[in-house]
Design a binder for this molecule. Sequence first.
Ligand code: GLN
Length: 399
Amino acid sequence: MTRVAARLQPFGTTIFTEMTALANKHGAVNLAQGFPDFDGPEAAKAAAKSAIDAGEAQYARMSGVPKLNQAVAGAFSRRTGVPVDPDAHVTITSGCTEAIAATFLGLINPGDEVILFEPFYDSYRACVAMAGATPRFVTLRPGIGVGVGVGGKGFGFDPAELRRAFTDKTRAILVNTPHNPTGKVFTRAELELIAGLCRDLKVLAITDEVYEHLTYGAEHVSLASLPGMFDRTVTLSSVGKSFSLTGWKIGWAIAPPALTAGVRAAHQFLTFATATPLQHGAAAIIANPGSAVREYVELFRRNRDVLSSALRELGFRVYDAEGTYFIMADHSDVSSRLGVSGDRALCTALIERFGVAAIPPSVFYENQEHGRSLVRFAYCKKAATIDEAIRRLDRLRSA
Ligand code: GLN
């Protein structure tokens, strides 16, 4: 009998852990869990190694190694034009996942309502539960709303549904852009609509922008850069996705002092501080990224294009994805050819019969039915890995 606390019992083991274990067991190409199959930039590694050699072995400052706070503040200010104070506004955390938890635990009260867009990254729903709050959902659907994808086939939302989600109990709305798992980049028009509601109804915004650099033509807009929004927004990001350093677990929260106080109130008791030498490595690469991000963006763009067209040829309906390193597709036609039903059965079949792993997205929906016909592929891999996956999937033609 499980002894997991009641608030976490509904969540079980994450889909990423489950699918990666299954992929490893069957020797499948892992397009499930989103992590690159190559190292991050040499300059980041060299700076982290010299920090270890220089004896940077003790606790970092609770809010972050000063030069990392400076690098994060500088990069955000340069991109958005919003002035950020490295010490008063930036808190370094153990990955964006810790920043999400610290933000919820430090700023949300039991009984508050928090608006999430679904499909949602799994940790949001769990953090709402850990904070004792109640989630309300706005569903992203293909081809609707104020800002759908370039080809008109991406995901959007119904503005009326968004307005209905705001009640007198709403404390915060979480916006993840570029969006995992749909690959959607929220448009300026969509963000302005959200910002207007936050300002009018005095609601906080929490943004997860870990894919901020991974866009392929679309403009990434930070909600905090819209008029009147810095004072009510906690902007979260990390080095994991931008620099292919997902295992470093270096993330941050940028917020005005009143909100930073809540983030730090929780962060100091969650982890207190984050790996000191890795903060030095992160500071070096953020301050001097060189061509690193540009090269990853080019590789991922190529992978997205090649994988999308291969999947389309095999009968998947692939939705336009302008950012992140994920593709969402409808698998209905493929599943019926394979004689399986639902996203889990499809993913099991892809692993066991074709040697390719993907994520069944129904776990990212409150009403899991909404995700049953969908599948998510991660393309943050070497070109050769994507090509091998396509070769294996090619046998779907004769299935
Ligand atoms: N963010 C990554 C993804 O969506 C991995 C998440 C995880 O492993 N917890 O695939």
